[in-house]
Design a protein. Structure first.
Length: 247
């Protein structure tokens, strides 16, 4: 009986013949012992609760202080994001950090130009109505106020040493997972951010930053301290019983 196709198989993956190309990773890749410390249940429970309480204070912030954040902190945040799992260990992410005021202003100009069109023409009445309680609009002061902007690019493929393409399987999902870790690391460091998806700005921003054709902008995150007068919507998160099913 013929084997049925895997429903979870990557649709972008091509069928390879048995005598096809060699894998991108070394065939004789060494496997080593897992570096793991099993903790006492009480310790695990305390750590899980403490981390939840830390992350429960995470909020989306739109008002930033211009106070500088040492770049070494940003580097460690991105190192942490780089620990994320990825399809076939392709690590299909690139983080571009913009800290110069002139370039941040150029980014803001591009984003606001498109956001004005988005809010007035593209997004539609329901979308803009849903955003009203959050008090958002096309103006993005945080893009020039925050000391750093982290631009998250997904690499749809890369090039091997011989010039042939290396497929980046599940690049969208891999970068999404890494971005979640990135946001967590930002908050863990004592900073704040805003998860921004610059609609219709990707090509212009990629050109401005000189990024190659295999990269696509997925997120733009301002990073820094909140402004002294920063306010956030008094939102409530879903209770555990609304997001957990145990079988």
């Amino acid at each position: 009986m013929a084997e049925l196709p895997d429903e979870d198989a990557d649709p972008d993956a091509s069928d390879e013949a048995d005598d096809g190309p060699a894998p991108s990773l070394p065939v004789d890749l060494e496997h080593v012992a897992l570096d793991y410390e099993r903790r006492a249940v009480e310790d695990m429970a305390a750590r899980a609760r403490s981390f939840y309480e830390l992350m429960d204070r995470r909020r989306t912030v739109r008002a930033f202080s211009s106070d500088d954040v040492p770049f070494g902190i940003v580097e460690d945040i991105i190192r942490t994001a780089g620990t994320a799992p990825s399809g076939a260990h392709t690590e299909p992410w690139m983080y571009v950090v913009v800290s110069t005021p002139e370039l941040k202003q150029q980014i803001r100009d591009i984003v606001e130009q498109e956001e004005l069109i988005n809010y007035t023409q593209r997004m539609g009445a329901q979308w803009t109505t849903d955003l009203k309680p959050l008090r958002t609009n096309w103006e993005k002061e945080y893009l020039s106020d925050a000391p750093h902007l982290i631009m998250v690019f997904k690499q749809q493929y890369s090039l091997k040493a011989d010039g042939t393409r290396r497929n980046h399987y599940y690049n969208e999902l891999s970068v999404a997972i890494a971005s979640g870790i990135l946001i967590t690391a930002i908050h863990n460091a004592g900073l704040v951010t805003l998860t921004s998806t610059p609609l219709n700005c990707g090509p212009a921003l990629r050109a401005l930053l000189g990024r190659p054709a295999n990269e696509k902008l997925t997120l733009l995150l301002p990073v820094g301290y909140p402004a002294d007068d920063a306010q956030v919507p008094d939102l409530k998160r879903k209770p555990l019983e609304d997001i957990l099913v145990r079988l």
